[in-house]
Structures are given as C-alpha cells and as structure tokens.
Design a protein around this ligand. Structure first.
Ligand code: 5AD
Ligand code: SF4
Length: 473
C-alpha cells in the first residue's frame, strides 16, 4: 500500500507529518511522491491564513475528481489544523473524503488508515483530549543531521488575529525527561542539530509536565525545580531545558522557535550567550511597530518594550541574528501605524523578516473587526517592507564578508554547482551548502565529501542574498 503525504504550514506541521510518516512506515506502508500512484492520500493542513486553506481545497478538488473518475478505492484524508477547525463540515462538503483527523488525533493515524482501507468508510476524529505524541523515527542518512522536537503543544496567548489556540488547543509542555531522552536517542542516531519547537517556547514550563489533562486551565504554581538567572530573580524553565539539552553528548547545535517577546527572559538570553551549543539566532515575532495595533492584536508588549528587549539581546549576544514575523493590514491600520512598523524595522535591522498580509480568521477576536485595509494597500505595504528588508539583509550579509564561521554541511549545493560556482570548479570539486550558527546559509567548494561535518569557512562574497566562502583549516 502506498501513501502520498502532502504538508502545508509551519515547522510543527512538518514535524507532525514526520510522526505520521513514522507511524505508517512502521505498519509497512510505503511512501510515494506521485499522488496518482497512491492508495492513500493524506494532507496535513494549515489554517493560519485563508490562502493556505484555499490551496488545500484546490488540491482536494483535484484528488477528489481523480478518485471519482479513475480510482474509487483510494482513501483521502485531511489532517491537522483545518480538520480540527472545520470538522464535520469537511465531510459534508466533500463526499469523496474518507478521513478528518484533527491535531490531537495524529498519533492514531495508522489505526484510522488501517480501518479505512479495510472498510472504505468515512471517519471523523477531532477529539480535543491531549495524548502523548510519539517521537518520529529518524533514520540518520547522510543528509539527515538536523531534527525537530516539539517541547510543547498548543498556545494560550489568543493573539487577536490567530486561529492557533482554537485549532491546537491549550498550551501543554512535555516532561523534561521525555525531551532529554528523545534528544539522546537522536544523538545516538547521528543527529547533530536539534530545533526545539513550540508556539511560544519561552513559556515552556516543567510545572505542566505530569498529567496534561489535569493541568488544563491551571496556572500559577511553580515547579520545585527552577532556574535562576545571574541576578537570581527570574525563574525560567526554558533556560533550564536548554541547559539540560546542552549537556547531551553528540548534539552540537541547539536551535529553538518560536519566541514570544512577552515571555523572553534574561535567563533565556543568558542561556544563548553562555551555553556553547545554543546557536545565536532568535526568532522574535514583532507583528507590528504601532502600539495601537499591538494592543488590538493582544500581543501584551509595547513598541518600546520590544526595542528594549532587542537591545538586551544584542548587548548579551553581539553576534546574534534576529528574525521576525510582521503583519500588514491588520484592521484599522492607518498609514501612520504602518510607518511605525516600517521605521521600527529600519531601526532594528532584522536579519530576516517573514511578512504577511492580514487574513481574517473566523472565530478569532479580530474577526469581529472590519477588515478595512484594502487589498491594494496591503500589497503596497507588504512590498514596501519586503524591499526594505531586502536592503537590510544585503547590508547585514556584506558585513559578514571576511568573517570566519562554522558551517554544518547539509548537502551538495547542486544548484550552485551547475550555475554560479562552475567557472572556478575543477572536476573533483563540488559546491556544498550548510548553515552557520546564526541560521544563514553558506555555499562553498570542496574536493572532499563534507556532508555532516562542521567546517570552518571564510566568507568571501554575497550574491543574490546568498553567502559564499572558502574553506579554511
Ligand atoms: N493573518 C495573517 N498572518 C497571520 N499570522 C498568524 N495569523 C495570521 C492572520 N490571521 C502570521 C503571524 C504569525 C505567523 C506564523 O503567521 O505573523 O507570527
Ligand atoms: Fe498565534 Fe499568538 Fe499563539 Fe503565536 S503566540 S500561535 S500568534 S496566538
């Protein structure tokens, strides 16, 4: 039996898809990249913006037609956020759909697929009871050096525009020991870099670790184990978790995402500074530079607080790279509000910004406001910020020329071997690509196979937003 699995959305979704892939592989299913060859088509979906949902509907339409005309026995399933959000509506709307599997039901995907292949029936699984998620099976291949690990699930923040708390439920942190064991297992398999995932990793808390069902809705109690920063006054369990993972042999780099400015503590900043394996990269979603919009968004920080936080981070970790998410066109956003964002981006100089146009999500607080910024204005603001960010990134990248950096080599850079580097390449050389600690990619040439190795590179050039360098001893 062959499965085709398509994934939309964030890293958490990609991670969940790896879990699905592992569960199904264990039962003997094979995976195919060609959906026309598949007996089971699964799509792991994202609801964060309307556009993401529209793309899923268009794929489903195509697969549904194929099923009706050519292959009636094929099983089609929709999993993840859209499944959780829409539930029964999906089965009503799409007669060819067999499975609706919500975010908390993914650990049982193998059971659902097995049952549906036997019966050809229809099934909806959108229970919101928390269940443990198994670790994906990482088979260390030469190009598999990095792995994600969810340290928590769900979100309690209710940013006014965001559907995530509705589709992924309340925030629940996984037990420290469970995470440690999973990372140790990854290290044993040859993984060198782990990325800790959560909607708001800074609020990771060991107090939530025991019985997830019991703790739903409970807050305020502190665990006996806590971490104090150098001033001795801030307890931060995320920093403690970083410390524990830093101690695991075999792991060389630790990354984490996503950070919420309201919960980013000194202890975490100090952990980035002091723990040798924790990479100097922080993704800190800004969303807007206007206090009025931040308040309407329910972000719980001001422009000034964000500026101060950036100062603090840079003071402690001078070589840090800071990336962000920004939204344009939130309801009531005036030209002045937008310029507050624009000027803040100009002042802060992020290494990269992911910029989105506001999209109304039914069921959120912001959906009660009129989506009053026109599409044309949203596009103008988006383009203006994109071109500002491009100039900033170029300038920041150029500052790296001449710097010696550590690269974790991921793969052959075939694109560049064929195009940009070829004039200088002799037949024994290839281009390789990997990330430096602050998350930027560097391409370089070598006559040795360096995949999986940490190598030293001197950066020599920036071309079309990419870094190039030479290997140094
Ligand atoms: N419209 C546009 N962008 C959104 N994001 C979240 N919800 C919406 C929405 N309704 C963006 C935010 C978030 C990122 C993952 O997606 O910037 O940080
Ligand atoms: Fe959505 Fe805000 Fe939670 Fe991020 S922190 S997932 S933007 S509600």
């Amino acid at each position: 039996m062959k499965v085709f699995l398509q994934t939309f959305g964030c890293q958490m979704n990609k991670y969940d898809s790896e879990i699905m892939r592992s569960l199904l592989s264990k039962e003997g299913y094979k995976f195919t990249d060609d959906w026309q060859e598949a007996d089971v088509i699964l799509v792991n979906t994202c609801s964060v913006r309307q556009h993401a949902e529209e793309r899923v509907y268009s794929y489903l339409g195509k697969w549904g037609k194929y099923k009706q005309i050519k292959k009636p026995n094929i099983i089609i399933g929709i999993c993840g956020c859209m499944a959780q959000k829409e539930g029964m509506n999906l089965l009503d709307k799409m007669p060819y759909l067999n499975l609706v599997c919500g975010t908390y039901n993914i650990p049982k995907i193998n059971e659902f697929v097995r049952h549906l292949l036997k019966t050809g029936g229809r099934r909806i699984e959108t229970s919101e009871d928390y269940v443990d998620f198994p670790a994906p099976l990482y088979e260390a291949k030469e190009n598999k050096l990095s792995a994600w690990i969810a340290i928590m699930r769900g979100c309690n923040n209710y940013c006014a525009y965001c559907v995530v708390p509705n589709v992924r439920g309340r925030e629940i942190s996984r037990p420290v020991e469970e995470i440690e064991n999973e990372v140790k297992e990854l290290a044993r398999k040859g993984i060198k870099e782990v990325t800790l995932l959560g909607q708001n990793v800074n609020s990771y808390n060991i107090k939530y670790q025991k019985s997830p069902r019991e703790i739903q809705g409970i807050s305020g109690t502190k665990s006996s184990e806590s971490f104090k920063d150098s001033r001795g006054n801030i307890k931060n369990d995320f920093a403690l978790l970083l410390k524990k993972i830093n101690d695991i042999e075999g792991i060389e780099r630790i990354r984490f995402t996503t950070s919420h400015p309201k919960d980013m503590s000194i202890a975490t900043i100090e952990a980035v500074r002091n723990l040798p394996k924790v990479c100097e990269h922080i993704h800190l979603a800004l969303q807007s530079g206007s206090d009025k919009i931040l308040k309407l968004m329910n972000r719980k920080y001001t422009r000034t607080q964000y500026q101060k936080l950036i100062e603090k981070i840079r003071e402690n970790v001078p070589e840090v790279s800071i990336t962000t998410d920004i939204m344009v066109g939130f309801p009531t956003e005036t030209e002045n509000d937008f310029m507050d964002t624009y000027n803040l981006v100009k002042e802060i100089e992020f290494d990269a910004s992911y910029i989105f146009k506001y999209s109304t999500r039914p069921g959120t607080k912001a959906a009660e406001l009129k989506d009053d910024v026109t599409e044309e204005t949203k596009n103008e603001r988006l383009n203006k910020l994109l071109s500002l960010q491009k100039r900033i990134a170029q300038k920041k990248n150029e500052k790296l020329i001449g710097k010696k950096v550590e690269v974790l080599v991921e793969k052959c850079d075939t694109k560049n071997s064929e195009t940009m580097c070829i004039p200088e390449l002799n037949k024994f050389q290839k281009c390789y690509v990997g990330k430096i600690r602050n998350f930027k990619s560097v391409s370089f040439q070598s006559d040795k196979d360096l995949i999986g190795k940490l190598v030293k590179i001197k950066i020599t050039e920036v071309k079309r937003g990419l870094l190039y360098g030479n290997r140094i001893p």
